[in-house]
Design a protein around this ligand. Structure first.
Ligand code: FAD
Length: 382
C-alpha cells in the first residue's frame, strides 16, 4: 500500500486545479518526492489528458461551448471559434500537465475508496484507502474530481424497449449527418438539446420535447448566477441530488439560439407519455413518428467508487459543504453541484487545498516531518 498525503481522482478541470494548488502550497508529485516532502498524486482513468473534453462531439466548437475558464495560471491559447473543443482543449490540458509537471498517473481507474480495516495495519489508521486497477494507496485526504461524463442519465418511459428505431444519448452523438433524412425526437431542455436541435434540424426532421418550458435569458447578470449557485450549494449541503447550475439559472439566448429561433426550429412540445414501436405518444393522445430518440437528458455525478464510504443520503445525494464531505472529513468532492463548471471547478480545487493546508495533520501519512514549511496562503490565483 503506497502512502500519499493527498490523492486526487480525475484529471479534468477540477482535478488539475487541485493539483496546481497543491503544488503551489509545497506538495510534491509522488514520483519526484524526497523524504519529508508532503506528497500528492493524481490518478486518471483516461489514456490521455483532457478529461471529458476529449470525448465531446466533434461539432461542439470553441465558438459554441458555454465559455471556458482557464486552468489556474495558464491561459487558454487563442483558438479559431470553428475549431472543435475536443481538439483544442485536450491539447491545452496536456500542455498544462507538462508545464507544471503534475505527473498524472494514467490510465488508472479507482474502484473503491474505503475506510481502513483491521488487516490494513496501524500505520494507515487515519487514512482513506484507495483501491485501483494499478495498486492500492493510503491517503491522508482524497479529492474526488471524477466529473459526470461517464454516467449519462436516461429516464425511463413506458414502452421504451419496444421502440424499433434508435435510442441515442448525447454522450454517443457523433454528427448530424448520421440522422440525415430521418425523423428525430430530441428530448431535453438544456444547452446540449438546443444546440443539437439547431444542427440536426438542418439535415433531418426534428421534434423537440421537454418536461418544463425552457427559460431563455437575454443576459445572465452576475447576481442572478450567484443566486443560482447558492441554491445548488444549499441543495448539496442538505444531501439532495446535485442539480446543474444551468438548470437553475435558465439559458442564455446566445447568437446561435437566435438563429435557431429565426429558422423556426426551437418549437417546444410537452414531454411524451409513452414510447411505441415507431414513435412517441403525446399527452393529448396524438402520435409522433420517430426514427431516432435523442436523449439530451444530462449526466449524473460519477461517484460509484465512493460507495464503500456509505455517504449517500436517502434522497440520493452526498452532504457536501464548500467541496468537503460533511460525513467524511478526509474526503473532498469537487466539480460536483455548485462547482460543476470550469470556473466552479477551479475555485473548488483551490478551496479544497486551502482546507487541507489549514490542517496540521496533512503530512502524517508519510510519518515524516515536513521538509518545507507551507507557502503563505495569500496570493494564490483563482
Ligand atoms: P471531467 O472533465 O469529466 O474529468 C473527470 C476525470 O475523472 C475524467 O478524466 C475521468 O476519466 C476521470 N475519472 C472518472 N472516474 C474515475 C475513476 N473511478 N478513477 C479514475 N479517474 C476517473 N462547463 C463550462 O464551464 N463551460 C462549458 O462550455 C461547458 N460545456 C459543457 C458541455 C457538455 C456537453 C457537458 C456535458 C458539460 C459542459 N460543461 C461546461 C460542464 C463541464 O462538465 C465542466 O465545466 C468541467 O469540464 C468538468 O470538469 P471535471 O474536472 O469536473 O470533470
Amino acid at each position: 500500500m503506497q502512502p500519499v498525503d493527498v490523492l486526487a481522482i480525475g484529471a479534468g478541470q477540477a482535478g488539475l486545479s487541485a493539483a496546481h494548488h497543491l503544488q503551489r502550497r509545497g506538495f510534491v508529485p509522488v514520483p519526484r518526492a524526497e523524504a519529508g516532502d508532503r506528497t500528492f498524486v493524481v490518478l486518471d482513468a483516461e489514456r490521455a489528458p483532457g478529461g471529458a473534453w476529449q470525448h465531446r462531439w466533434q461539432s461542439l466548437k470553441m465558438g459554441t461551448i458555454n465559455g471556458i475558464y482557464e486552468l489556474p495560471g495558464f491561459e487558454v491559447p487563442a483558438a479559431d471559434p470553428a475549431a472543435s473543443s475536443r481538439d483544442v482543449l485536450p491539447a491545452y490540458f496536456a500542455a498544462y500537465e507538462e508545464r507544471f509537471g503534475l505527473a498524472v498517473q494514467r490510465p488508472v481507474r479507482v474502484h473503491a475508496v474505503r475506510r481502513p480495516e483491521a488487516g490494513d495495519g496501524e500505520a494507515v489508521r487515519d487514512s482513506l484507502i484507495v483501491e485501483t486497477d494499478a495498486g492500492t494507496w493510503s491517503a491522508g485526504h482524497v479529492i474526488n474530481a471524477t466529473g459526470t461524463w461517464t454516467r449519462p442519465f436516461l429516464p425511463h418511459y413506458p414502452g421504451m424497449e419496444t421502440f424499433r428505431g434508435r435510442h441515442v444519448h448525447v454522450k454517443d452523438y457523433v454528427s448530424a449527418e448520421e440522422f440525415a433524412g430521418k425523423r428525430v425526437v430530441v428530448v431535453g431542455a438544456g444547452i446540449s438539446a438546443t444546440q443539437l436541435l439547431e444542427e440536426i434540424s438542418r439535415v433531418a426532421d426534428t421534434f423537440w420535447v421537454t418536461r418544463r418550458e425552457p427559460v431563455w435569458l437575454d443576459d445572465l447578470p452576475p447576481d442572478h448566477l450567484a443566486a443560482a449557485v447558492a441554491r445548488v450549494e444549499e441543495r448539496v449541503r442538505q444531501g439532495l441530488p446535485a442539480q446543474s447550475v444551468v438548470r437553475v439559472t435558465g439559458m442564455h439566448r446566445a447568437p446561435w439560439v437566435r438563429r435557431a429561433e429565426e429558422r423556426g426550429v426551437l418549437v417546444r412540445h410537452p414531454m411524451f407519455t409513452a414510447i411505441e414501436e415507431h414513435g412517441v405518444r403525446m399527452p393529448d393522445g396524438s402520435f409522433e413518428r420517430a426514427d431516432v430518440i435523442l436523449w439530451a437528458t444530462g449526466f449524473r455525478a460519477e461517484l460509484a467508487h465512493l460507495a464503500p464510504l456509505r455517504l449517500r443520503t436517502p434522497q440520493g445525494g452526498l452532504r457536501v459543504r464548500n467541496g468537503r464531505s460533511l460525513d467524511e472529513p478526509r474526503l473532498f468532492v469537487i466539480g460536483y453541484g455548485p462547482s460543476q463548471s470550469t470556473v466552479g471547478a477551479n475555485r473548488a480545487g483551490r478551496d479544497a487545498v486551502r482546507a487541507i493546508v489549514a490542517e496540521p495533520a496533512a503530512s502524517q501519512t508519510t510519518g515524516r516531518p515536513h521538509r518545507k514549511p507551507p507557502l503563505p496562503t495569500v496570493g494564490i490565483a483563482a
